[in-house]
Design a binder for this molecule. Sequence first.
Ligand code: ADP
Ligand code: MG
Length: 397
Amino acid sequence: MTRTDAEARALFARLTGQEPTGLWSAPGRVNLIGEHTDYNDGFVFPFAIDFRTVVAVGARDDVRIRVVSTFDEVPVEVALADLDALFPARRDDIVEWARYPLGVAWALRAAARDAGVDASASLTGIDLAFSSDVPVGAGLSSSAAIEGATAAALNDIWGLGLDRVTLAQAGRRAENEAVGAPTGIMDQMASMLGESDAGIFLDCRSLEADVVELGFAAAGLELLVMDTRVTHAHSTGGYRERREACERGAAIVDVPALRDLSVDDLPRAQELMDDVTFRRVRHVVTEDQRVLDAVRTLRADGPRAIGPLLDASHASMRDDFEISVPELDLAVDTARSAGAVGARMTGGGFGGAAIALVDRDLVPDVTAAVEAAFAEAGFAKPHVFTVHPSAGARRDA
Ligand code: ADP
Ligand code: MG
């Protein structure tokens, strides 16, 4: 039993005075490559990591749902029948963190109805106690982890029999409508479908997902996360501006989404639009191609061969999409100079983390080099650690 499991059990016992009937968990994720492509109907290639959110669960004799977390030990309780009135209209009545699990309960009930599962009679009340070792706000998607753990647990306890893609969609709906964060489906799919030593190659239009062996361990490689701990105030506005630029670009060339453009279409696109819009478009179109290339290269030549694609992805985000910051550039450049096979910022940008693919033996050197470079530049100390491709949402006990 992990420490997180023990914490969830103990919290459940404090809440109810009883033992939980079961433990479920779901992981965070890192995106290996494919940034800002999800909302353009494109390709992404994330993997689930060995940091998880665990939920201890027990059924109740009534029809109420109660959630509590080690982040906030004040329980939040509502009647199941009230969820439809709460979300999305009155979501502000619920403290923000609790909107994630309660939003998933709401979205799952709706998904079960849509799937023709007559669950109304069998939906028992439920207590959920969460614990997690996924760092919050480091770009590792603690939000998908809490959503995935909740969805997996409720699907089993309520006997809904929904498939994993439907559970991922319920998580996304909770995040979009119950929390109010306009995010894509990548995080939830990675958290649901992850497997050890594998990445999830996802087509964000069809939601077709391929599990692709990564082979990092066999190649003697580690994936290093360099969390800059920078959160920039304009990240929300910047994200919206980039989304709008992508929509504008697609409209100008008259395609449903940038996914429908290929690298060969770029010269024509450049003639039709202003420089800034064009560079936003070029990032997305070339990034989609880099995801396809990364999957093909990995299968053909192994993980070491994808280094240049990671580097090119970073350059594109820095120069064309303009979402990097000095801390991310420094982490990437330093990791590479210290011997990383490849490195890039990951996540939405304007702060957060960068990743580097590094020979196992070089991990201490790269870590020390990045820390020293940050100290030299007068930046706050970064948090540098390794992550390993791991299993998706599951029942643990
Ligand atoms: P991230 O990049 O980590 O996903 P988000 O802002 O998308 O950052 O989601 C973080 C939010 O999710 C937290 O502020 C909190 O509201 C909620 N959350 C995540 N994990 C937990 C947890 N274990 N317990 C309670 N709330 C959580
Ligand atoms: Mg998130």
